[in-house]
Write a protein that binds this ligand. Structure first.
Ligand code: GLU
Length: 305
């Protein structure tokens, strides 16, 4: 497996030259587009890795998975669905248009920015600090890593430039989807997106979902089977933004990307995979990262379809 991963990473390094780093968050402009790494954690806790697997990057939208899991634990699916649906979108991850025109003002799904911000408002916690800690603590559990921290440079960068997210959130306040103080909810969202992780952390996260909610290392159940199922289904249809359909055809795995260049993929009953490649395509997904996943899926026959 190690040889296979090394061959796949080296073969696909050329793809790091394509696409662009997400400079709309100025702090991300310093990311190194040459990085390409992969980490696999299987459901027995075995680890395999290659390339720049130990480089730190910000979790960005992959944090939406953890917020969604917490919101599903803290509310039932029915209650959550009154605020956020689980329908895919053909528009960009920070698009505003659907909030006005579709779905009774509900954000289409929890994997796009509007849905994730609304999801955070549904997580348990009487104060913003409690809400942040609710998701942050769960993120530590699901990554099996107590040493993940906010990158303050990226956090301030997001907070000072996040006007599109502000627009989405205030719009949702006007329609009653969010009732709390908007700046406080956004602050939690920006902080969660700015947590630094490695491919290993997201591979662990994927392994827990692959293992139907049970931590591979300790055997402790931290997510119900039902919730793991919901999360994997929504990852499959919405996790790669408006490229989720193409990704399902080419790779065929539940996955979630972030504009930091990470992708977390789940091979049900088998393994979690974390990849990093900071240069992104037009949808905001890592170009080289997708190529690595495509090859892995082909070589190991991993597609769920
Ligand atoms: N923090 C990013 C934003 O709000 C997350 C987007 C992403 O990773 O897709 O724009």
């Amino acid at each position: 497996m190690k040889d296979l991963l090394e061959t796949i990473v080296e073969k696909n390094r050329k793809w790091t030259k394509y696409g662009n780093i997400a400079t709309y968050i100025p702090g991300l402009a310093n990311s190194d587009a040459d990085h390409l790494g992969v980490f696999i954690c299987d459901i027995r806790g075995e680890e395999y890795f290659a390339g720049d697997y130990d480089v730190k990057f910000t979790i960005q939208s992959i944090s939406k998975i953890v917020s969604f899991i917490c919101a599903l634990i803290d509310n039932d699916f029915q209650k959550l669905s009154k605020k956020i649906s689980v329908e895919p979108t053909a528009d960009g991850f920070n698009s505003i248009v659907n909030l006005e025109t579709k779905n009774g003002h509900r954000p289409l799904n929890p994997m796009i920015n509007a849905g994730a911000i609304a999801t955070i408002s549904m997580v348990n916690g009487l104060t913003p600090k409690e809400k942040f800690n609710r998701v942050y603590d769960f993120m530590k559990k699901v990554t099996n890593n107590n040493h993940i921290y906010i990158n303050n440079n990226i956090y301030y960068s997001e907070k000072t430039t996040g006007d599109r997210n502000r627009a989405l959130a205030y719009y949702m306040k006007s329609t009653g989807i969010i009732e709390e103080n908007i700046e406080e909810i956004l602050n939690v969202y920006f902080k969660l997106c700015s947590i630094e992780i490695t491919c290993k952390d997201i591979a662990y996260m994927g392994a827990v979902l692959a293992n139907d909610g049970i931590l591979p290392m300790s055997g402790e159940r931290i997510i119900t089977k039902e919730i793991s199922k919901i999360v994997k289904a929504v990852m499959t249809t919405c996790g790669m933004y408006d490229s989720s359909g193409k990704f399902a055809v080419k790779v065929g795995l539940p996955a979630k990307s972030g504009v930091g260049g990470g992708i977390m993929a789940v091979v049900p009953k088998k393994m979690g995979i974390g990849v990093l490649g900071p240069a992104l395509d037009e949808s905001g997904n890592s170009i080289a990262g997708i190529k690595v996943l495509e090859d892995l899926s082909k070589e190991l026959d991993l597609s769920i379809f």
